[in-house]
Design a protein around this ligand. Structure first.
Ligand SMILES: Cc1cc2nc3c(=O)[nH]c(=O)nc-3n(C[C@H](O)[C@H](O)[C@H](O)COP(=O)(O)OP(=O)(O)OC[C@H]3O[C@@H](n4cnc5c(N)ncnc54)[C@H](O)[C@@H]3O)c2cc1C
Ligand code: SF4
Length: 288
């Protein structure tokens, strides 16, 4: 396997890097390297995108622009008036200090599922097989929404916070609402993002809310993926809520009634009550 550094975002440089044709973008490597090590992903070349992907936090009128190369630690420690509370808190509660120091926000949004069947290399539905192994097996870490084919639970605290905040994403090819970066996998296409081959995440535009919060239920107080994470952001009288750990992709919840539509797997039913409690508390926190 080769390692090369991307030196420019120009068309020729991107074409030469061959991204998507056996070459895979590498940022902090905290998710990618274990996937390569465990044989869940193969690559001819790793392309270190850190020299060219923007990093840092820049205010604009009405919000903050965040480079996709910004680390979770940098966001966690950003000034209170620079980065919304929901995003700072989601970063603070994610992973460990070591992972947050290396892991970028772009890489966090694109991290692979933590479903243990998939991570152990089983040929489950998401991996191209016939059926979801969580349906008949242990499913207590799994989804309560969007799980008709795959019951995995999206692991990103940060994506839920950004979704509630109404974030827009800029890539090397387009600008899109964060919600459109994700899709539920289908029979024909088992990918859970809409990112095209060779497309890089560059920046995130995060509007400034009047109030925001992120609450997370986890197995232990630190260093655990979300059982359920709930972000709430208030813009005037409008409160937006988004959840982590409840669906194969980050999940927007427009009304409390949305939770009654849950379709849990046998082991994940408890997450509905957890989500109800956290959604209520998060709403109170931003409106109280
Ligand atoms: C032990 C552990 C615990 C964790 N706990 C949590 C948790 O509780 N909550 C949570 O939200 N996250 C958690 N994470 C996830 C962690 O935050 C991510 O691994 C990290 O943010 C990924 O960033 P990275 O820069 O290392 O990405 P990489 O590992 O380098 O890349 C991840 C993916 O993104 C792609 N990529 C990276 N940058 C770009 C770009 N600019 N454009 C296009 N593609 C790109 C890579 O090709 C790869 O597919 C945990 C991770 C670990 C290892
Ligand atoms: S939940 Fe998804 S990733 Fe896990 S076994 Fe089922 S299909 Fe595979």
């Amino acid at each position: 396997m080769r390692l090369r550094r991307l030196s420019s975002l120009s068309e020729p440089a991107l074409a030469e890097a061959g991204l998507g044709n056996g070459s895979v973008p590498l940022a902090g490597g905290t998710d990618l390297v274990p996937l390569l090590r465990d044989g869940l992903l193969t690559a001819d070349t790793l392309v270190d995108v850190r020299p060219v992907v923007p990093r840092g936090v820049t205010p604009y009128d009405g919000g903050v622009r965040i480079g996709a190369g910004t680390t979770l630690a940098e966001l966690e420690h950003a000034a209170e008036d620079a980065v919304p509370a929901a995003l700072r808190e989601a970063c603070r509660l994610a992973a460990s200090p070591q992972v947050r120091a290396m892991g970028s926000i772009g890489g966090n949004l694109l991290q692979a599922t933590r479903c243990w069947y998939w991570r152990l290399g089983h040929a489950c539905w998401l991996a191209g097989g016939e059926r979801c192994l969580a349906r008949d097996g242990r499913s207590d870490e799994h989804a309560i929404f969007g799980n008709a084919h795959c019951g995995s639970a999206h692991p990103s605290d940060i994506a839920a916070a950004l979704l509630a905040l109404g974030t827009t994403v800029r890539t090397t090819r387009r600008e899109l609402p964060l919600a459109e970066l994700y899709r539920l996998a289908t029979e024909d296409d088992r990918s859970v993002t809409t990112l095209e081959r060779g497309e890089l995440l560059l920046e995130l535009d995060v509007p400034r809310p009047d109030a925001s919060t992120y609450l997370k239920a986890m197995d232990r107080k630190r260093y655990a993926f979300p059982i359920v994470g709930v972000a709430a952001a208030r813009f005037g009288g409008d409160v937006r809520v988004a959840l982590a750990g409840v669906a194969p992709i980050p999940w927007s919840l427009d009304t409390d009634a949305g939770l009654t539509d849950a379709t849990p797997l046998p082991g994940s039913a408890f997450k509905v009550q957890v989500a109800e409690a956290l959604v209520r508390r998060a709403r109170e926190a931003v409106t109280g």
